[in-house]
Design a protein around this ligand. Structure first.
Ligand code: ZN
Ligand code: ZN
Ligand code: ZN
Length: 287
């Protein structure tokens, strides 16, 4: 049914990072995303060597390909904000997460681009570029083999990276750095890119291809949207039950480029559905 797709969920690391592999396997993932630590705090304990070893051996035995695993950055850093203590801490956190992903052998780190906090897009982009370059240089020199993926956002006030044009500008300015794009369908839809019909999916992906290039899309976050088109609302809905809906998601999933990319769902778990049920909905729409 789902043959050919690399698909899964954001899974928990509670009790140790290596548990994420068991969690992913138990719901039938062929790709998965984790936080490397508590996403709502600044402090992070160094990774325990035995946990790293257990993660690697479980992953190797799991049948899940290493290039279908990814780390998501914690939520507090703001890489596009003005210089100062907060920006410095954000760069430190980014460097730390690149290091941790590298230690785990995970090839991708997905980052939110943050907010310019009223300083304007140009200033925000400069801060972001400096932050990403600094962190990648630092950890790259120490040997971390991790690609940083910029995630498009829902276009909330002052946020950086909602439009394909701005993402292209950022990639251009980061030339030489190992970066790519994580495309979140809910965020794209909320920021005004229609994905509800076969035609609108084609139009949106064509625009992405012309402006950014589909080859830069390394990971997909497949989420339906609680908000309407252009609402700038970052609220994820179960697959097919939101304002994007089944037709759009089916068209998106059967696009030839999307077939080759690891797909992660960051859908809610509630009385309507759990992850297993969203995976079933995915497979039905993808077939
Ligand atoms: Zn994200
Ligand atoms: Zn996302
Ligand atoms: Zn979101």
């Amino acid at each position: 049914m789902c043959v050919g797709y690399k698909v899964g969920f954001h899974v928990s690391i509670a009790g140790g990072i290596s548990n994420s592999v068991d969690n992913a396997k138990s719901i039938g993932c062929t790709a998965f995303q984790i936080f490397s630590r508590n996403p709502r705090g600044w402090a992070a304990k160094p990774l325990a060597p035995d946990d790293v070893a257990a993660f690697k051996s479980k992953l190797a035995a799991s049948g899940i390909e290493r290039n279908c695993t990814m780390v998501h950055m914690p939520y507090l850093p703001n890489l596009s904000g003005p210089s100062g203590e907060m920006h410095k801490k954000s760069i430190d956190t980014l460097a730390g997460e690149i290091r941790r992903a590298g230690e785990l052998g995970i090839p991708y780190l997905i980052i939110h681009l943050g907010s310019h906090l009223g300083q304007g897009h140009e200033a925000g982009v400069i801060q972001l570029i400096n932050a990403v370059n600094l962190a990648i240089d630092l950890e790259g020199r120490k040997g971390a083999d991790v690609m940083v993926l910029l995630e498009n956002n829902a276009g909330q006030k002052n946020s950086i990276g909602a439009t394909f044009e701005e993402l292209r500008t950022i990639l251009d300015k980061l030339q030489g750095a190992r970066v790519g794009i994580c495309f979140d369908t809910c965020h794209a839809f909320a920021s005004g890119y229609d994905l509800r019909t076969t035609r609108s999916v084609e139009k949106t992906l064509d625009a992405f291809d012309k402006t950014i290039g589909l080859k830069e899309m390394k990971v997909v976050h497949l989420n339906d949207s609680k908000g309407i088109l252009g609402s700038n609302l970052d609220r994820h809905e179960h697959i097919g039950l939101g304002n994007i809906g089944g037709e759009g998601i089916a068209a998106f999933l059967t696009h030839k480029r999307i077939l080759q990319i690891p797909i992660i769902m960051e859908t809610p778990i509630d009385e309507k559905r759990n992850d297993a049920k969203n995976l079933r909905a995915f497979c039905e729409l993808a077939s």
